[in-house]
Write a protein that binds this ligand. Sequence first.
Ligand SMILES: [Zn+2]
Ligand SMILES: [Zn+2]
Length: 260
Amino acid sequence: MASRFLRVYRAVPTQAHFSTTAHTLKPASRSAARLNQVQFHTSNRKMAQTSTYTANGENGDHGDTEGELNQWKHRPPYKVHENDANFNARYEASCHCGKVKYQLSREKPLDSKYCHCTTCQKLHGAPFQWAAIFHKEDIKFTNGHHDLGWYESSEKTTVHKLPCKVSCAYCRSPIMDEGRNMILLFPTLINFKSEADRKNFEPTCHMFYPRRVLDINDGKPKWSGIAGESELIADTPEEHKKRKREEDEEKANKEKKDGK
Ligand SMILES: [Zn+2]
Ligand SMILES: [Zn+2]
């Protein structure tokens, strides 16, 4: 169980901790002026429409709504206007204003955690962030895919560049962190119908705990940084620390054997 959990986390860092090798939908040759234009327009609520306009304006391909800047629409997690009849809606969620609505098909997230890093604190205006990991195919936007806004925190750009933060462009509710392979949803948007449903999203640990605004003595593991790649600290249960020590030892032995 522990190693599965660690693998999930290694594969899916949070938005604040993604590597800087993220790919971009925008060719490197695109000029700074164009980028400014896109950013200006995208901060204006209608990402889909304005980026279409911008892409058309640049390559002279008038009427092309399938340009590079629009490709996000056809990929998970968005797949705009694609109707999957087999999608089983297990949960319903909406932003504060209700413009953005989505459904989830998976009963339980792949993992769920609290992050206390300062980026999460600032971007959420909250003492810490609660995020649940899903596959991009697990979500279906039923409303408001034209009301989405993006923010990529390393370049501070609002074009759709992964990994990025996704929010409602109207009420600004944070919706999820979109990674290259996974999404980290903010479960506070889900309209849970029962306590049992909410329990399915129970976080397994705290990350970046030294940055905390308040102590949370809930007996869950507390990582000093990214889960599985940092130290277990504070009131982490002894069994978790022991397991981590054993895993570290195992890893060291294996490396020794492999002659590293
Ligand atoms: Zn909204
Ligand atoms: Zn964080």
